[in-house]
Design a protein around this ligand. Structure first.
Ligand SMILES: [Zn+2]
Length: 441
């Protein structure tokens, strides 16, 4: 914001229309009230900026008209069934398809259309229907955004895979992985149609996107950004996000990130926590990170953003990784992990012990590489070959950080990111391997 004035979060929350029914429809273009009356209402009721509500203007009508003209100049943002005036927020619906019952289902979209010009950013969650953490990240983020001071527009789609969300399922009813179905097509499978709808209705209208994910299948992830760190703009935003780790992840066919990048968007993929759970640390890291990206883009002032909630983000400079891999157990049994998310391990360290049902030790599991623990199973009962701990090699940090700063060349190894062999798996044909499912390249 140009004024740089700190904004009281309590006031901005109550003033924002983002919290549902109270603001729905208010101030929409074409609503009965005259533009003049509507504008006066916005300015006098909610603007925090004394330079905008300048009492002097009362005695200088020409200045007032110019200012009002400027405020009204930003066109409304139309999406789905809503048209949102500048300085307002609203909730709309984009029709997807009908359920087998005949009920129409839609993508719920929450738009915050800032009064001032700026980037258009989408926030998406639950592309995998069981990954609900991002829904809460979006809710908290929008509660802190004030449309009257926002520069730009936020298009939030908290539940992209509505079918999966309803069914408690990662996938769509046809067992397809939505995040392998982009850019989709209007005449393809249900997943392809939904992907196409999201691209055309949301992504094509945005400059930047943040897609929010969690671990899957009883695995939890350290808060981390996965992105093309070789792209300077993407890298800049990944650093701004300030998650504990940022992972270079190549673009992968069929992913939202690949499709959106090909059309010119800058995309960050956030991973944190686990499916079907609200992980407090991952949600707070996500809210803080999204807030920092919005500030970095100049859409909000840095003072608007909840940085370092509870000291959870001790370091705002992420560690960087370009290679990771899962460690598997050699024996079936009951596994006890000896490491936590974010912990540094050395190759050969004992990181888990597998015992039988009466407590006899069957095997020790050792770290296959040195690095940071960025994911692990939450399921103590393991079968031989199960992937239980995900370790990322740390190759440097963008500035003085808590990690070594060796300028090692990029590892060609792709374990933990993607493998060409696995990429040939038909969509949703089998329960996914964690080395693939938690990559979300
Ligand atoms: Zn996911």
């Amino acid at each position: 914001m140009s004024d740089g004035r700190p904004v009281d979060p309590v006031r901005t929350t109550s003033a924002s229309d983002g919290d549902g029914a109270s603001g729905v429809g208010a101030g929409r273009v074409g609503d009965g009230g005259a533009d003049r009356a509507d504008d006066v209402g916005v300015v006098e009721a909610t603007s925090p900026d004394p330079s905008v509500i300048d009492p002097v203007t009362a005695t200088h009508p020409p200045v007032t008209r110019r200012r009002r003209h400027r405020l009204l100049r930003r066109p409304a943002f139309a999406i789905g069934d809503v048209e949102v005036a500048a300085g307002r927020s609203d909730i709309g619906q984009i029709p997807i398809a009908r359920l087998v019952t005949g009920n129409q289902i839609s993508l719920p979209v929450n738009v915050v259309h800032g009064r001032h010009e700026g980037p258009v950013v989408w926030l998406s969650a639950a592309v995998h229907g069981d990954e609900i953490g991002g829904v809460e990240i979006i809710r908290r983020t929008l509660a802190d955004v004030d449309a009257t001071s926002l520069a730009g527009t936020i298009v939030a789609v908290p539940i992209v895979n509505v079918h999966g969300f309803l069914n408690g399922d990662r996938y769509l009813p046809d067992r397809r992985d939505l995040n392998r179905s982009f850019p989709g097509s209007p005449t393809g499978s249900l997943a392809a149609r939904l992907a196409h709808l999201f691209i055309t209705e949301v992504v094509d209208r945005c400059d930047v996107g943040i897609d929010l994910h969690t671990g899957s299948d009883h695995r939890t992830n350290l808060p981390q950004i996965r992105a093309d760190l070789d792209d300077p703009r993407t890298r800049d935003l990944a650093i701004a996000f300030g998650a504990p780790l940022m992972m270079h992840a190549k673009l992968r066919d069929g992913s939202m990130r690949a499709a959106a990048t090909s059309t010119g968007s800058t995309v960050l993929l956030y991973e944190g926590g686990e499916a079907w759970r609200f992980d407090r640390f991952a949600i707070e890291a996500g809210v803080a990170g999204v807030g920092r990206v919005l500030a970095r883009l100049g859409m909000t002032s840095p003072t608007d953003t909840p940085v370092g909630l509870d000291g959870a983000l001790a370091t705002p400079v992420p560690a960087e990784s370009r290679s990771s891999g899962w460690v598997r157990v050699r024996r079936s049994g009951i596994a006890l992990l000896d490491v936590e998310l974010g912990q540094h391990v050395e190759r050969g360290d004992v990181i888990a012990t597998v015992r039988d049902s009466v407590g006899r030790r069957l095997s020790r599991t050792r770290a296959s590489r040195s690095g940071m623990v960025i994911g692990h199973t939450q399921q103590p009962l393991v079968n031989q070959g199960d992937a239980i701990i995900h370790i990322a090699e740390i190759v440097g940090s963008p500035s003085d950080g808590p990690v070594e700063s060796s300028e090692r060349p990029v590892e060609p190894e792709r374990a933990g990111i993607a493998t060409s062999a696995r990429s040939t798996r038909p969509p949703g044909a089998h329960p996914p391997d964690p080395t693939e499912t938690e990559a979300h390249p």
